[in-house]
Design a protein around this ligand. Structure first.
Ligand SMILES: [Fe+2]
Ligand SMILES: [Fe+2]
Length: 357
């Protein structure tokens, strides 16, 4: 988690909820929002919804908030004016609905209970995320070390690393995944886990089947495996690469594909991604100068994830770019990237801007 826990109180009347807010503030910081506001991008520990749902726009906002909290695994207390609403729903353990007119002490007690539930959910989510990130990092480190030493790579191990990334991204979202993997010291592992996270999120966004999503995320996890054979002084150079250094670095795509091919047991579609993720639709990429239809969709997707990730990651010689700057550079690469896939990628980019989907 990147920020301190807080309660988000969404209300259409600050006056009406003043006492409730004071009660919340005795326990946790409280941030107000009206239904028309942009909600904070930081993840709340508890969302309290107290809006007059007689107004259709408020009702729609309450519904959307409750859905968003539920998707994000965030505790939610809905103070409802709708008598038909039940006190809680079995299928939504983190949601509590109670009458807005209930006695103040009852509302306050429910709120404390929900803060407790929210805290437990928060801690459990953090533990799951850390466990998956550490598992995936361990696997990526081993894959790179093994490949670097010329020992046989395990496709099964790459599968379990891929599963850890996919589970984490579907559980906590792309933002929290990036927050944890971008803390890694080794840039090549950080980049690999980040691109794999983007690919997992992208695959889910465009509705790929489970097997295709896995193939995509696995290809992303392995896309730069050839960098294990690049001299460390070039790989870790604290500045842009020039001339011969850049030429050597560019060999990583073919090196990685050759390595997997020689190893055997890797899906040809995955090897295709590893070899061709630096190709461009106009034929200006490498190593084969492929153009247009010769570049498979899976390759095109990983290319987008790779470029967006590289631009927004920190580098020793430049600060990370904002998502807006990265998108503007990518849209400026006319004729090189797949425009319709770029549209499909937009919601994933948007999701990097908020901790709760
Ligand atoms: Fe690469
Ligand atoms: Fe890359």
């Amino acid at each position: 988690m990147t920020q301190d826990a807080f309660v988000l109180l969404v209300t259409d009347s600050v006056d009406r909820t003043r006492l409730l807010a004071r009660g919340i503030e005795r326990v946790l910081p409280c941030r107000y929002a009206t239904p028309d506001d942009r909600f904070p991008s930081d993840r709340p520990l508890l969302v309290v919804v107290d809006v007059d749902t007689e107004r259709p726009e408020n009702a729609a906002c309450a519904e959307a908030l409750i859905r968003r909290a539920r998707t994000g695994g965030i505790a939610c207390l809905h103070l409802s004016r709708d008598a038909k609403m039940s006190a809680s729903r079995a299928d939504a353990p983190l949601l509590r609905v109670m009458a807005a007119g209930a006695a103040r002490a009852t509302v306050f007690a429910a709120m404390l209970e929900m803060i407790d539930l929210g805290t437990r959910a928060w801690v459990a989510r953090k533990r799951r995320l850390e466990a998956r990130a550490s598992k995936a990092t361990g696997i990526v480190t081993r894959l790179f070390d093994t490949a670097g030493a010329g020992r046989p790579l395990s496709s099964d191990e790459a599968d379990s690393g891929t599963d850890a990334v996919m589970e984490a991204v579907s559980d906590v979202g792309i933002r929290s995944w990036l927050d944890i993997v971008w803390k890694h010291d080794a840039l090549v592992y950080q980049h690999t886990l980040s691109v794999a996270g983007f690919a997992a999120a992208f695959g889910a966004q465009i509705g790929l089947s489970g097997a295709d999503r896995h193939r995509l995320a696995k290809a992303a996890l392995l896309h730069d495996i050839g960098k294990s054979r690049i001299p460390v002084e070039i790989l870790n150079k604290p500045g842009p690469l020039e001339g011969e250094e850049a030429r050597i670095m560019r060999t990583h795509a073919a090196l990685g594909a050759d390595l997997l091919l020689a190893q055997g047991g890797f899906d040809p579609a995955v090897i295709d991604v590893v070899r061709h993720h630096h190709e461009k639709l106009d034929g200006s990429g490498y190593p084969d100068g492929l153009a247009g239809d010769a570049i498979a969709d899976l390759v095109r997707i990983v290319t987008l994830c790779d470029i967006f990730s590289a631009l927004t990651e920190r580098r020793p010689y430049r600060p990370p770019m904002s998502a807006t700057q990265a998108v503007s550079i990518m849209t400026g690469m006319r004729g090189q990237l797949d425009r319709s896939l770029m549209h499909g990628f937009a919601p994933v980019i948007a999701a990097t801007q908020t901790e709760w989907a």
